[in-house]
Design a protein around this ligand. Structure first.
Ligand code: C2O
Ligand code: CU
Length: 475
């Protein structure tokens, strides 16, 4: 693991606020805003390194990494025409949105991948406020690694920002992890790397925040800022810390939590957290967002630079976000009980698993690019792992019998984490993606209220590709 050293890059640090990502969409002939996927260039590595060829989403002429911010109010529609100018078929998934099935973008389950030169019209309601993102859901190990991801922000129905005890400003922080060579080009042709896939996945060597290595953000003394933090990395679990601030967690995966003090925040791939920080008053000019790259050390990946006159102190009591009011509560008196057993990977492996209609030994699985299984099947997409009647509460017990953590994501639903590692989850966190540690069991519950065929997979995209993918049906 080698992150570009910070010392060499301090001079190149740039301020880059969330609002800089906003741009006016180009309209198609029939007034549908266009979201174009196409090759582009981005200055990912620090100044002095060349620009990186990426694949990016664009609303205007050229694509950006991360993709343009899409922002709306809860209950409003998102309407975008995907135009595919990539050399490969693609599809867009709106991660975390409790969406209508046909708009989920989960190719090939909910739609055919969109061929180069073709398009697809997405039109859906985003019912719940919160911090979400959109990303490619076809050949995603490669396409997300090349840059096809962007923030999707659903604003609260009732105004929170600016109210007493709330933040006065917000900042979207899109975190990503890139595997670059010495010329800052994305390392290609290792999308099928089974060594990486059977460990933690494809690990990068450059972390960016809003597409910039080591950016600096301005903050005024005492200013209360809501950070919407999104981990868009293909495989990297990001342990994060903001040790120079009193930081409070207010939402996970878009769903409000009772505000609580934050020491470290572990964000698996696809997970989000909304965190509120108060600008320091003590004249300390610089504070950092720190990441543990996997060796227990903390590396600064972004700085907050204090400046300007202090603003009025905020109420020390943090104002909670307004409740969603849209999510049905699971009925735990008699849930439908289902299980998900995860097996495979380095150091444990598995004896055999079903793949493509037959049972294969480990070697044969490996020769088919499979090193993981859910319930004894590697990428068993021929039938659902369970079926639920619409409105039924599902209790899903997920057991990880491997040596690596997995970020399990359910499409079309949010779920309550009931238990983790043998302990009841008193906080009752509601999420769409949950980390299940090595040898850990996590119990979740949700009302299967959204009809359709929904994917359930590991969001370490290298793991998804090599076996950890399945679906369930609500009818
Ligand atoms: Cu964010 Cu199936 O993915
Ligand atoms: Cu995994």
């Amino acid at each position: 693991m080698h992150l570009f050293s910070r010392r060499s890059v301090l001079k190149g640090a740039t301020a880059f606020g969330g609002s800089a990502l906003l741009s006016r969409p180009v309209l198609a002939d029939d007034n549908l805003p266009v979201l174009r996927a196409a090759p582009a260039f981005a200055q990912l590595a620090p100044a002095g390194y060349p620009e990186t060829p990426v694949w990016a989403y664009a609303t205007g002429a050229s694509g950006t990494v991360p993709g343009p911010e899409i922002r709306l109010r809860a209950g409003e529609r998102v309407r975008r025409r995907l135009v595919n100018d990539l050399p490969q078929a693609t599809a867009v998934h709106w991660h975390g949105i409790r969406i209508e099935n046909a708009m989920d973008g989960a190719a090939p389950l909910t739609q055919a991948p969109v061929p180069p030169g073709d398009g697809f019209d997405y039109d859906f309601v985003a019912p719940d406020p919160g911090t979400y993102w959109y990303h490619s859901h076809n050949r995603s190990t490669e396409q997300v690694a090349r840059g096809l991801a962007g923030p999707l922000i659903v604003e609260d129905r009732d105004r929170w920002l600016g109210q007493s005890g709330a933040a006065t400003r917000e900042l979207v922080l899109v975190l990503d992890d890139w595997l670059l060579d010495a010329e800052a080009r994305i390392v290609e042709g290792r999308w099928d790397d089974l060594h990486a896939a059977s460990h933690g996945g494809r690990m990068g060597n450059t972390v960016t925040v809003n597409g910039v290595a080591y950016p600096a953000f301005d903050i005024r003394p005492a200013e209360r800022v809501r950070l919407r933090i999104i981990n868009t990395a293909t495989d990297r679990v990001m342990p994060l810390a903001l040790p120079d601030f009193t930081a409070r967690l207010i939402a996970l995966d878009g769903h409000p939590v009772v505000p609580r003090d934050l020491e470290t925040l572990v964000l698996g791939p696809a997970q989000r957290a909304d965190v509120v920080i108060d600008g320091r008053l003590d004249g300390d000019a610089r504070a950092g967002l720190l990441l543990d790259p996997g060796n227990g050390e903390l590396v600064e990946i972004a700085a907050f630079v204090h400046g300007g006159a202090p603003v009025a102190m905020s109420d020390p009591d943090m104002r909670p976000l307004p409740a969603w009011g849209t999510l049905p509560a699971p009925d735990l008196s008699n849930p439908q009980r289902e299980t998900l057993l995860m097996e495979g990977g380095a150091m444990r492996g598995m004896r055999d698993a079903r793949f493509a209609g037959k049972t294969m030994g480990f070697r044969e699985l490996v020769s088919n690019g499979m090193v993981w299984a859910f319930n004894g099947a590697a990428n068993g997409m021929d039938q659902p792992i369970f079926r639920a009647a619409q409105g039924r509460t599902i209790h899903l017990e997920m057991t990880n019998r491997s040596m690596f953590p997995h970020a399990i994501h359910l499409h079309g639903h949010h779920f309550t984490v009931q238990s983790k590692g043998g302990f009841a989850n008193a906080a009752g966190d509601v999420r769409d993606t949950v980390l299940v540690g090595a040898d850990e069991t996590v119990g979740i519950a949700f009302v299967a209220d959204n009809p359709g065929a929904w994917m359930i997979h590991c969001h370490m995209l290298s793991h998804q590709k090599s076996g950890m993918m399945a679906w369930f049906e609500v009818a």
